[in-house]
Design a protein around this ligand. Structure first.
Ligand SMILES: NC(=O)c1ccc[n+]([C@@H]2O[C@H](COP(=O)([O-])OP(=O)(O)OC[C@H]3O[C@@H](n4cnc5c(N)ncnc54)[C@H](OP(=O)(O)O)[C@@H]3O)[C@@H](O)[C@H]2O)c1
Length: 294
């Protein structure tokens, strides 16, 4: 099959490209090749005529989204609409990458594909709009991910949480991390592998939650990073209310997948994935680890 990957040099796009190019013809599209806000620019997809279009592009700096709602909606919603429209015209399947931030965080246990989305910030609202536009093409997969860490680092954010923690420690900077916001850390390599399997197995179209299993607070995530690195920096738990953030964030946005379990594609535990990530990045050599209890 011919697979077009939009945002192919991004954090997720890089791993998707690696996973798909072993088995398929991959058309990697960078931001230089396509501007998804602009329908005319998206016409480049017609020239390639792919069977599947994976849209990883997003405006995802959550706080900036509050200040720039027009740009946010242009990329995350109108962009998704453009891709869905063209996919439909060329009878391609659309894969839209979405987020745990479509939920409000008041459930207090992991959200499944059956839960009702109710975003509480501009980023989440725009991604939910992107999901709805994507559904205009019957042949669609909406893949909800969360708190990504991948070797390429997020181009929009300049890295990821793991690398930020490591860099700050090297610079002896103070580490204050929120301990009242829960999420499911997810390795982009695992998410990309799962997306490829969903396609390969021709699973029914619809929404899939594709995060590593389990959840933790950002503080617990940081603690596990340093445990695996065998480092012991001064790490202070803090509360969301003490951080000056423009966007309100869901307090509990962990995801769980009913569908991946049903189809035997359940992803591994986040700590195991984190360990492999640290090996991939060359931060540690050994990927044997022990799971700590929280
Ligand atoms: N990162 C997370 O923690 C997280 C969590 C949940 C869901 N997600 C979702 O996962 C997806 C991938 O995230 P990621 O971390 O891989 O992001 P990323 O590293 O920033 O990758 C996004 C890619 O899309 C490109 N792009 C951005 N705006 C574009 C536009 N208007 N037109 C065309 N290309 C554009 C970027 O190019 P430039 O950098 O050159 O602009 C980049 O290559 C996004 O849809 C995001 O909403 C991310």
């Amino acid at each position: 099959m011919k697979i077009a990957i939009i945002g192919s040099t991004g954090q997720l796009g890089t791993d998707l490209t690696k996973v798909f190019q072993d088995k398929h013809e991959v058309i990697g599209l960078t931001h230089q090749d396509i501007e998804i806000k602009d329908f005319n620019s998206c016409l480049v997809l017609k020239e390639h005529h792919p069977n599947i279009i994976i849209n990883t592009a997003a405006f995802h700096k959550t706080d900036r989204c509050e200040e720039e709602p027009v740009e946010t909606f242009s990329v995350n919603a109108v962009g998704a609409r453009n891709i869905a429209t063209i996919s439909k015209e060329i009878e391609a399947t659309t894969i839209f990458i979405s987020t745990d931030y479509v939920f409000d965080g008041i459930k207090n246990e992991p959200y499944t594909e059956d839960d009702l989305a109710n975003p509480i910030n501009t980023y989440g609202i725009s991604k939910l709009a992107g999901e709805l536009y994507t559904k205009q093409n019957r042949k669609h997969y909406i893949i909800r991910l969360a708190s990504l860490f991948g070797a390429a680092g997020a181009s929009g954010k300049g890295g990821n949480f793991v690398e930020t923690m490591i860099t700050k420690t090297k610079k002896n900077e103070t580490l204050r991390v929120v301990d009242d916001m829960w999420m499911s850390p997810t390795y982009t390599k695992d998410a990309a592998t799962t997306i490829e399997k969903i396609v390969k197995l021709k699973l029914p179209f619809g929404i899939y939650h594709s995060t590593n299993q389990g959840y933790c607070t950002w503080f617990q995530f940081a603690k596990e990073i340093f445990r695996l690195l065998r480092l012991n920096p001064v790490l202070t738990p803090t509360q969301t209310s003490q951080m000056k953030m423009k966007a309100q964030r869901p307090r509990f946005s962990a995801l769980r997948s009913i569908k991946l379990v049903k189809y035997g594609l359940q992803m591994r535990e986040w700590r195991e994935a984190l360990c492999d990530y640290l090996v991939e990045k060359g931060h540690i050599r050994d990927n044997s680890f022990t799971i700590t209890e929280y």
